[in-house]
Ligand binder design. Sequence first.
Ligand code: ATP
Ligand code: MG
Length: 189
Amino acid sequence: MLNIVIFGAPGSGKGTQSARLVEKYGLNHISTGDVLRAEIKNGTELGKTAKGYIDNGQLIPDALMIDILASVFDSFKDSKGVIFDGFPRTIAQAEALKTMLAERNQEVSVMLDLEVPEEELMTRLIKRGQESGRADDNEETIKKRLVVYHSQTAPLIDWYKKDGKYSHIKGVGTMDGIFADICAVIDKL
Ligand code: ATP
Ligand code: MG
């Protein structure tokens, strides 16, 4: 089973590339951001809790995210593989993912780090906010999310390097070009 972590700052293109991977390799996709947005839309208790954090550019507490992740993962039956998009976002989440997979005799196959310069991220997210109306894609919240990314999420780069799973992907260029680079890594696994 392929367990692919797609990693990168907000707006780095994780969702876009995940959709292509799903189609090409027949994988299941877990986007924690999509799960939370669906909960908010449905007005659930979890959605109400999540909204407070998301609108403020903050992360949802680890314990909550880890439970959600495990239950979505276990809902996939006879899966060829899973793409983890937006998870892990903290060292605690990476450790929990490792444990959860080990308990199921599995492991992360690769962590793909989509690297995109900050100015480009800002431009993409502001444009996405105008087009999709996503509440957290406004300049003030984007800035907070980038601070959170640098302080809480970027340390995962070294964590996955030490774990021997890290792969760098240049996240700027055409969507097809970036996808080709990602496939070249996966096809070597
Ligand atoms: P991209 O544009 O690359 O898909 P993103 O950062 O814009 O990424 P999402 O992954 O959709 O967006 O996440 C949106 C918000 O949901 C985050 O800012 C955070 O508040 C919350 N969230 C998503 N995943 C997690 C997680 N693993 N842990 C904590 N909070 C999370
Ligand atoms: Mg996304």
